[in-house]
Design a protein around this ligand. Structure first.
Ligand code: OMP
Length: 240
């Protein structure tokens, strides 16, 4: 059963202090209860913010994109699970063993402390990466879609729950890895929003129509002069 639309949208709390983050959560009220805490805010006030948001009944996606040797990432996965986050991510580029150990550590800790097992999600190719950057700068050959599918299959082989990719690859991921393999889609831009540093963007409605399980939305809402109206406008456009 698909969750309701608000639960499937993670708002990115990309801010430099906890007060601004909590103010936004407060302004959005009951409309949104799923929040992504990324490296900027987590590195400043992570565990405290996570527990404050949990106390308010929010679900947390800890977007820390772990990429290190398997043992280190497994220990980080353990830490995330102890904090009770709903989801966290690791870079697929870290390899199958690293991903497998992350998922196993999350399962073990969740069982031991009676918490939910977080969704462990693999980052494929960042939504800011273009075809040209992939081939000429990073040195991976083939199309972006081919690279994303290769990474998605590796994530699945390692036992991860799903991957982060752009909306343009959702259909191909579902075909390659099955409909239950979770797709988390950032680079979401309503037509009225700035693209900023994103390259592979898609509107929220099109990403959901393509079959995205979760959307990540940041600046279209957080940088708007009235974040609540921007959020409601997005919901209206999705449900139209
Ligand atoms: O893992 C992520 O969440 C992520 C992966 C990716 O490929 N692209 C991407 O933009 N993100 C994150 O999603 C959010 C997108 O924010 P906006 O571009 O402001 O909507 C940021 O917090 C990014 O760190």
């Amino acid at each position: 059963m698909m969750k309701n639309i608000q639960e499937r949208i993670y708002i990115a709390l990309d801010m430099d202090n906890m007060d601004d983050a909590l103010r936004l959560v407060d302004r959005l009220g009951d409309t949104f209860r799923s929040y992504k805490v990324g490296m900027q805010l987590y590195n400043l006030v992570g565990p405290e913010l996570v527990s404050r948001l949990h106390a308010e009944g929010c679900r947390i996606f800890a977007d820390l994109k772990f990429h290190d040797i398997p043992n280190t990432v497994a220990c980080a996965a353990d830490t995330m699970t102890r904090q009770g986050v709903a989801m966290f991510n690791v870079h697929v580029a870290g390899g199958v063993e690293m991903m497998r150990r992350a998922k196993q550590a999350a399962e073990k800790r969740a069982k031991e402390c009676g918490k939910q097992i977080p969704l462990v999600i693999g980052v494929t190719q960042l939504t800011s990466t273009s075809q040209q950057v992939l081939n000429e700068e990073i040195g991976i050959t083939g199309t972006v879609e081919e690279a994303v599918i290769r990474y998605a299959k590796l994530a699945k082989e390692a036992g991860l729950d799903g991957v982060v990719a752009s909306g343009h690859e959702v259909t191909a991921i579902r075909e390659a890895c099955g409909d239950d393999f979770v797709t988390v889609i950032p680079g979401i831009r309503p037509i009225w929003a700035e693209k900023n540093d994103q390259v592979r963007v898609m509107t929220p409605r099109r990403a959901l129509e393509a079959g995205a399980h979760y959307l990540v939305i940041g600046r279209a809402i957080t940088a708007a002069s009235d974040p609540k109206s921007a959020a409601l406008r997005i919901l209206e456009e999705i449900q139209d």
